[in-house]
Design a protein around this ligand. Structure first.
Ligand SMILES: *Cc1c(COP(=O)(O)O)cnc(C)c1O
Length: 386
């Protein structure tokens, strides 16, 4: 019997993520006009919330562009042709940014971190010593393709104490799950996007520049991504261009909900969910892709070698209506990614782990059912003793 059409869709991709119903309802408005005081107030309200989550006193701006647009905005506004950028890459998103910087004729120094690993402040220091005259350092806080966390505070401090370079951080899949204190940590540019931890539709990104970054703006030609113009406009809630109005309504509702939970609680919650997922995988004999410095937002894991990862993903999807993300580039077929950012909760994850156990069994994996779900329940404090 096939009941799959009766199952709820359960989404565990590292963006897009589930949008809470209440936020979806908030967007039920007849195409709001953005040149109204009412809409300016909504923008201002979103910016206030974002400011808090970025850990900055400067106002971020909202761009109507996916996260890749924010990556480009950072490069276009903060680098010139020939700017020496030290780019740390530990996976697909780092690689994408390098390609982009090269397309913009930056002089890139690539620090290639093996996929699944992170970079220590000491290693970064060696790189800074070896490559003099670096004007900007960029990295992903969480490399979403591998699930590695880069120690943002320590890396930023290393750059600031040992060079004059700008620190540019792609926080797309870390914000709201890992601490971010842009000002206190001396970061010059941070960006994030709506479809990751924010529980809103895709198509918006958020970017903030430090005072230092604002004093070093590029001379590049730019128009849509002119951040100075955008900051000027958004200081009163006006956007330079037509924003993704419907998505902004969703975003505002989700930001309200996230803000009511509070930063510290969110970090603890996501850390604990990552821990519980790892405990579940361990009990099932499944190895997470990252050993030590792992993300609290997404857990990629190795598919047992005699099972085709893409087929396992298809079974999860088709039979159990559960969406995991696949591995990227050379990890395709070898790794699946289970994301727990945004509004995913432990009961959702219990369903994900149960579906994974069932799917693995369907593919001939012989471990008993219930090992993963059991471990998960034992390792989540709201259920267990700990
Ligand atoms: C998703 C993601 C991006 C790209 O964002 P899009 O919204 O898909 O353009 C960039 N960096 C990281 C770390 C991401 O997770």
């Amino acid at each position: 019997m096939d009941f799959s059409h009766l199952l709820k869709k359960r989404l565990f991709s590292p963006g897009p993520t589930e949008i809470p119903l209440r936020s979806q309802f908030a967007a039920v408005d007849n195409n709001p006009y953005h040149r109204t005081q009412a809409f300016y107030s909504i923008i201002m309200n979103c910016l206030e919330f974002l400011k808090g989550f970025f850990g900055t006193e400067t106002m971020p701006v909202i761009l109507t562009a996916s996260g890749t647009g924010a990556m480009e905005a950072a490069l276009v506004n903060l680098t010139n042709p020939g700017t020496r950028v030290l780019m740390i890459s530990g996976g697909r998103f780092g690689d994408r940014w390098i390609k982009m910087a090269q397309a913009y004729a930056c002089e890139t120094t690539v620090v290639a971190v093996p996929w699944g690993q992170s970079l220590s402040p000491d290693e970064l220091l060696q790189q800074l010593k070896k490559n003099s005259g670096i004007q900007a350092v960029s990295f992903q806080a969480v490399e979403t393709s591998t699930g590695a966390y880069f120690p943002v505070a320590e890396l930023a401090r290393t750059v600031r104490q040992n060079s004059d370079a700008l620190v540019i951080v792609d926080a797309l899949s870390s914000l709201l799950c890992h601490e971010m204190n842009m000002d206190a940590w001396g970061i010059d540019c941070v960006f994030a996007a709506s479809q990751k931890g924010f529980g809103a539709g895709a198509g918006l990104s958020f970017i903030a520049l430090s005072e230092r970054a604002r004093s070093r703006l590029s001379v590049r030609p730019r128009f849509y991504f002119n951040l100075v113009e955008e900051m000027q406009a958004q200081s009163t809630g006006k956007t330079a261009w037509t924003p993704g109005t419907q998505s902004i309504l969703t975003l505002q509702a989700s930001l309200k909900a996230l803000s009511a939970i509070g930063r510290e609680e969110l970090y603890k919650f996501h850390r604990q969910m990552a821990y519980a997922v790892r405990a579940a995988l361990a009990a099932m004999g499944i190895e997470p892709f990252v050993k030590d410095q792992y993300a609290f937002s997404v857990t990629p894991f190795k598919v047992p070698s005699d099972i085709a990862g893409e087929k396992l993903k298809a079974t999860l999807q088709e039979k159990y209506s559960v969406t995991f993300a696949g591995g990227q580039d050379h990890l395709k077929g070898k790794v699946l990614r289970l994301a727990h950012l945004g509004f995913v909760d432990p009961f959702d994850l219990l369903a994900a782990i149960a579906a994974l156990e069932l799917s693995l069994k369907g593919h001939g994996y012989t471990k008993a059912l219930g090992l993963g779900t059991n471990a998960m329940m034992q390792n989540f404090p709201m259920w267990g003793e700990k």
